[in-house]
Design a protein around this ligand. Structure first.
Ligand SMILES: Cc1cc2nc3c(=O)[nH]c(=O)nc-3n(C[C@H](O)[C@H](O)[C@H](O)COP(=O)(O)OP(=O)(O)OC[C@H]3O[C@@H](n4cnc5c(N)ncnc54)[C@H](O)[C@@H]3O)c2cc1C
Length: 392
């Protein structure tokens, strides 16, 4: 490829955000013929991440769905609650499947170029976003990047900085063990040694499941510590000893849970998308649907020849809720568990999912809050007042 190449659009990073954006561009008769460059250090679809979401309106991802559950189960404070969902389905997509389909479709168009290279830096010059890579310099009037935090990231205001970190094992058991219609959304009935901790179990058949050990804390563990907890859980919950299953795949992750404000623009002409664009919901780590919403807004703006001005992922009200809960998760593990216990015991799961998706109105939110212990929330309003009363 020639150096200093110019394109109409550059997508720097072909993960969830970059590929989702190209997916919507492919569906746009106005944009699909533009000269587009997609850069990533590796364009080799791997099933090393499982993205789950609950169905949102106007979003048809049925071609990508690997498995879907209509019943969820939550464990907290020694109890188990389960409910068949009536408004939603809980769906999972494997990132390798998702990437393969999108990359194949994009490669059918001669105007779309994929390049495997390491991206070193971004800057802006003469109304072009400039991407410096190991393979040369590329520029376009608009660049969407999901590979680097903004320059101002380190100095941005942050009061709570937790990580949602996990290791998951996809296992195959010798006999039938799981109910493939029911996912364990969060089972907090596990030792709470290193932070608020839960197991997440996604069965895809009666003898296969992804079993994940997840912690909200500020420090990662050694891999063998997560894995020992998964082994213990398989034994105590499903009476599975080591010889009763094979680990067919592993996945791991560390997702930021912070009250930080993210910049929309890296610099002129270079927009931050995906996790580095602040799309992760701080208290849950869910990002995938927000990436879809952002990508659709970007495509709509580009179609109208406008600069994308993406609406904030969360309104002020939901940012305040997230700040309060983050503060509690950071400071009081026992109260956090009580909150999860009451939340799932006293509310319909559909209502909770709608709340987590930030689609509730203030009255529905007050109804949910009335089921929770409120003193810790008042305390966290006090502790976070310098943020809450200055625009969050
Ligand atoms: C294991 C895992 C499971 C998750 N599960 C869920 C879930 O169930 N539901 C949900 O909503 N969210 C989930 N998330 C959170 C979020 O949806 C994902 O992290 C998602 O991948 C974020 O998309 P992204 O494009 O911002 O980042 P990524 O998908 O990480 O993409 C960034 C891309 O940039 C490339 N890159 C980075 N640095 C360079 C460089 N210097 N040069 C070139 N290329 C570079 C990487 O190779 C990568 O392809 C999960 C995250 C993880 C890690």
């Amino acid at each position: 490829m020639e150096r200093n190449s110019r394109f109409d659009i550059i997508i720097a990073g072909a993960g969830a955000a970059g590929l989702t954006l190209i997916w919507y561009i492919l569906q746009s008769s106005i944009l699909r013929n533009k000269r587009i460059l997609i850069l990533d250090k590796s364009i080799n679809p791997l099933n090393d991440k499982t993205w789950c979401y609950w169905e949102s309106e106007n979003l048809d991802l049925s071609d990508f769905i690997h498995h879907s559950w209509n019943e969820l189960e939550v464990g907290a404070n020694g109890n188990m609650f389960s409910e068949v969902l009536s408004e939603y389905h809980y769906n999972c997509i494997r990132n390798g499947d998702y990437a393969s389909v999108i990359i194949k479709k994009a490669k059918e168009l001669p105007n779309i170029t994929f390049l495997e290279t390491s991206i070193n830096s971004f800057n802006s010059s003469n109304n072009f976003g400039v991407v410096e890579t190991e393979a040369g310099t590329f520029e376009a009037p608009i660049v969407f990047q999901s590979v680097k935090p903004s320059p101002g990231f380190k100095n941005s205001k942050v009061d709570v900085s937790l990580i949602q970190h996990f290791i998951g094992w996809e296992i195959e058991t010798n006999g039938a063990v799981f109910n493939p219609n029911k996912a364990v959304f969060m089972d907090f009935n596990v030792p709470q040694k290193n932070g608020v901790t839960f197991m997440y179990v996604l069965p895809t058949a009666n003898n296969t499941a992804l079993v994940e050990y997840t912690i909200f804390s500020d420090e990662l563990l050694n891999e063998n510590e997560y894995e020992a907890e998964i082994e213990d859980y398989l034994k105590s919950r499903y009476q599975l000893n080591q010889g009763d299953y094979n680990v067919v795949r592993k996945e791991k992750g560390a997702i930021p849970m912070e009250d930080r404000k993210f910049d929309t623009w890296y610099c002129d002409n270079i927009m931050n998308v995906g996790t580095v664009g602040g799309l992760t919901k701080p208290t849950t780590g869910y990002t995938f649907i927000r990436i879809h919403n952002q990508s659709r807004e970007i495509v709509s703006a580009l179609e109208q020849n406008k600069k994308p001005s993406v609406t904030k992922s969360s309104s002020y009200r939901f940012r305040v809720y997230d700040m309060m809960l983050l503060n509690i998760l950071n400071t009081d593990h026992a109260i956090s568990l009580k909150i999860f216990h009451n939340l799932f015991k006293k509310n319909r799961f559909d209502s909770i999912l709608r709340f987590l998706e930030e689609k509730t109105n203030i009255f529905q939110e007050l109804s949910i809050f009335s089921t929770l212990p409120y003193t810790p929330f008042f305390k966290s309003i006090y502790k976070m007042k310098h943020r809450i009363f200055t625009g969050a």
